[in-house]
Every structure is written in structure tokens, then in C-alpha cells.
Design a protein around this ligand. Structure first.
Ligand code: G3P
Ligand code: MG
Length: 248
């Protein structure tokens, strides 16, 4: 793991933010086309244990299918249209495997924040599988992917499988024991809903030796404020107005 923080100041949420169907290769390509150098995407395991990109626990919102995502094999998921829901020009876009998404990131020169997004009851299995796959998919890369999860169980399994890999704990609400928990999981960073952060808390977290990622920051003035407090990285849907160089 590099000893210095190798990531930029801004990353594109779900690949292409609000400008492409989330968690698809088209999204990664949209992020890159807007000049972004880092993307975030969500990874789950299919019923036959293939790691692939999807946010929700159902396929309903972001594809033309219906049902619990955990019940689909990857071949079945691959039959679904994951682009038409967003806009007609994305018709036929598929949910990519993690392997294909990683390869596309590397081709496009995109760094990655891989969010481990387990379906209920699969936290440890998903954490382990994603960590092992990430180590393999970014083998030899100058900058490793930054793994993150809202699931401490998933991150603990990831840490056990691949100890020497950067990890960040995701919090929708920052708990009182954030310092103990992030230390126990060997995290390099704390990833928080930006509304949870204020100047004093940012200073406290940084003083504990953690980097900070704030999501999902869509107001340029708020992005500048967070950066001025010492937030390292902002995750945005507004990949156009909060561009790759927006925070310098
Ligand atoms: O990792 C930041 C962000 O992606 C976390 O929330 O729900 O968009 O995955 P969500
Ligand atoms: Mg996410």
C-alpha cells in the first residue's frame, strides 16, 4: 500500500454521476470523458458468486427486470437492459462484471473507489470476494483501488483476505465509536455523508490519521467548504460542474 495518499480531490459517483446510467461501462466512460481521474462504483455478488456492479438490492430501479438481485445468476443479470431506464440512447447497456469494469478503468486511466455493497446476509462473502478480486484485477497497478463499505463485516472480511489494501469505512451517520471501529478495520479513510461533517469534526478525524471522503456533494460551494476544512476527496453526481480540477 502506498504510504502517501494517491487519490485526487474529486471522484465521479457511480461512474458517471448524473450523466449516465449508474454502475455501467457507459458511466465509467462518461466520467473519463469529463476528465475525471477517479470513479466510485458499487459491487455485489450474483447468485452464482460473480462480482458485478449494482447499487440496489433489487434490479427494479436500474434495469428492465424485476426482483431481488441476489436471486439472479450473472448470466440472467446480463440479459437485463441497464440503460433504457436512464435514457433511450443507453438502450442495451448491461450490468458489467467487476472484472470488466476494473479492466475498463485501467484502460481509461481511472482510479477506483470500489464500494462493497453486499446483499443482505452476504456481507463477509462479498467483502472477501471483492477484496481478492480487486487484488488480482489491479495487480501491478501503481495505485490500488480504495475499497469501502457501510458494512463493517464486509470490510473485516476484506481485511482478512487482503490485509495490505486501502480501506475506508462508510458512514451515513458517524457513530461515537468511529475511531475504534476504523482502527480495528485498518482503515486509511472515513467516508461520510457530507451533511455529517463540520469543521471541528473534520479536524478531529484528520488528527486521528484518517483521510476523509465526503459523499454525495452536488453543490459547488459546499464542495469548496468541505475542502477548505480538510476533506480530502468529494464524491459527486455533478461531474460537470464539480469537475476533476474543481478543488485544485
Ligand atoms: O461511496 C459513496 C456513496 O456511493 C455511498 O452511498 O448509496 O450512493 O452507494 P451510495
Ligand atoms: Mg456507492
Amino acid at each position: 500500500m502506498p504510504t502517501t495518499w494517491p487519490y485526487p480531490r474529486v471522484l465521479a459517483h457511480r461512474g458517471g454521476g448524473a450523466l449516465a446510467p449508474e454502475n455501467t461501462l457507459a458511466a465509467l466512460e462518461t466520467g473519463a470523458r469529463h476528465g475525471h481521474t477517479m470513479v466510485e462504483f458499487d459491487v455485489k455478488l450474483s447468485a452464482d458468486d460473480v462480482a458485478y456492479l449494482l447499487h440496489d438490492d433489487t434490479v427494479n430501479r436500474t434495469s428492465d427486470g424485476t426482483g431481488e438481485s441476489a436471486e439472479f445468476t450473472f448470466a440472467e443479470l446480463s440479459e437485463l437492459d441497464a440503460g433504457s431506464w436512464f435514457a433511450p440512447e443507453f438502450a442495451g447497456v448491461r450490468m458489467p462484471s467487476f472484472a470488466r469494469a476494473a479492466a475498463r478503468c485501467r484502460e481509461l486511466g481511472l482510479l477506483a473507489n470500489v464500494e462493497i455493497k453486499p446483499n443482505p446476509g452476504t456481507d463477509a462473502a462479498t467483502g472477501r470476494a471483492v477484496a481478492l478480486a480487486a487484488a488480482d484485477l489491479w495487480s501491478g497497478a501503481a495505485v490500488p483501488p480504495l475499497l469501502s463499505s457501510f458494512s463493517a463485516t464486509a470490510l473485516a472480511a476484506a481485511a482478512e483476505a487482503v490485509p495490505d489494501q486501502p480501506r475506508g469505512m462508510l458512514y451515513e451517520r458517524i457513530p461515537a465509536d468511529w475511531k475504534t471501529e476504523t482502527a480495528a478495520l485498518g482503515c486509511v479513510s472515513l467516508h461520510a455523508d457530507h451533511s455529517e461533517l463540520d469543521e471541528a469534526l473534520v479536524a478531529t478525524i484528520r488528527a486521528a490519521g484518517l483521510r476523509i471522503l465526503a459523499y454525495t456533494v452536488n453543490d459547488p460551494a459546499r464542495a469548496r467548504e468541505l475542502a477548505s476544512w480538510g476533506v480530502d476527496l468529494v464524491c459527486t453526481d455533478r461531474i460537470d460542474t464539480i469537475g476533476p480540477g474543481f478543488l485544485g
